[in-house]
Design a binder for this molecule. Structure first.
Ligand SMILES: C[S@@+](CC[C@H](N)C(=O)[O-])C[C@H]1O[C@@H](n2cnc3c(N)ncnc32)[C@H](O)[C@@H]1O
Length: 290
């Protein structure tokens, strides 16, 4: 049954959370609240504080429709077409990876290594997707400019719309490309969160990821390292000799990516952990600096 019978916020939330739990959603209460916010046009605090308020018929219908989608395990980010990243809202569509909290570790790493945030830095983001990484760095570094590359023109369209929404479009360029092919250097900051899931593991992912997120954003080839093998050898050429170079890592990939870096003439400056204490970000420096 797809209808929401409840008239009040509190009862609707309980009914919805029960249904989402039964459907296998990992955070049913949270999902129900976020969807109800979207259906009613109210914020989170209002929904929490107004349990006794009746929901109008239009909002109820909208909520029922969103719940049915979520029961099919469509991600909340795609249903509401947005996700917060580093305290800013990014548009999300099925053409881009939903920005992850884990990826904020990469932002943190890069910002901690930039000596002067006001400098006119030139930044490169390989596999930009929604643009969340590059646009966040540009927003934090007010005189920086950036280039975001992606193989997906649809993803670049989303990134460009996010740049406009954040008022950053004058400082960023987008390029449809195959990693670093044909690209010349001198970037002060180089970041990438490449696809890093081994192909045979894709079918074991949660339905939200496996069935709804773009394969191009996930598939790291037979062993998960295919994109790193393309990206890492080009990093020295693309940097300035003093660049901040940081790549996100999949689980258990730190040693393998570090080895690729050494072969490419890079020194491993650091491996940072995410909030779950997993090695998440590797930072390189040109070997001559070490
Ligand atoms: C894991 S997603 C990361 C998206 C975004 N940077 C983020 O952190 O949320 C990887 C991105 O790499 C892009 N990609 C995959 N293969 C590529 C290639 N050969 N050249 C450029 N980009 C590619 C995908 O389209 C996807 O947007």
């Amino acid at each position: 049954m797809n209808d929401i019978q409840a008239n009040t916020v509190a009862v609707a939330l309980v009914q919805a959370a029960d249904r989402l739990k039964a459907a296998g959603a990992q955070t049913p209460e949270l999902d129900a609240r976020v969807l109800l916010c979207h259906a009613t046009g109210r914020d989170y605090a209002w929904v929490i504080a107004n349990g006794e308020v009746e929901i109008g018929p239009a909002a109820r219908d909208g909520f029922a429709e969103m719940l049915a989608r979520r029961e099919r395990r469509e991600p909340v980010s795609q249903i509401v077409a947005a996700r917060e990243f580093w305290s800013r809202d990014f548009r999300v569509t099925p053409d881009v990876l939903t920005p992850r909290p884990d990826t904020e570790t990469l932002v943190e790493t890069v910002l901690s290594r930039i000596e002067d945030w006001d400098a006119p830095l030139h930044m490169l983001d390989l596999g930009t997707g929604s643009g969340c990484l590059l646009l966040t760095l540009l927003a934090e570094c007010p005189n920086a400019t950036g280039l975001g590359i992606d193989a997906s023109p649809e993803a670049l369209e989303v990134a460009a719309s996010n740049a406009v929404a954040l008022g950053l479009d004058m400082r960023v360029a987008w390029l449809e490309g195959d990693w670093c092919d044909g690209l010349d250097g001198n970037f002060d900051v180089i970041v990438s969160n490449p696809p890093y899931i081994a192909r045979h593991e894709l079918r074991h992912l949660e339905p939200e990821v496996r069935d709804y997120e773009p394969r191009l954003a996930l598939d790291g080839g037979a062993d998960g390292f295919a994109a790193y093998r393309r990206i890492v050898p080009a990093l020295r050429r693309l940097g300035t000799g003093a660049s901040v170079i940081a790549l996100e890592l999949g689980q258990g990939q730190a040693h393998g990516v570090a080895a690729l870096g050494r072969v490419a003439g890079l020194r491993i400056a650091d491996v940072d952990q995410d909030i779950n204490r997993r090695a998440r970000v590797i930072t390189f420096e040109p070997a001559s600096n070490g």
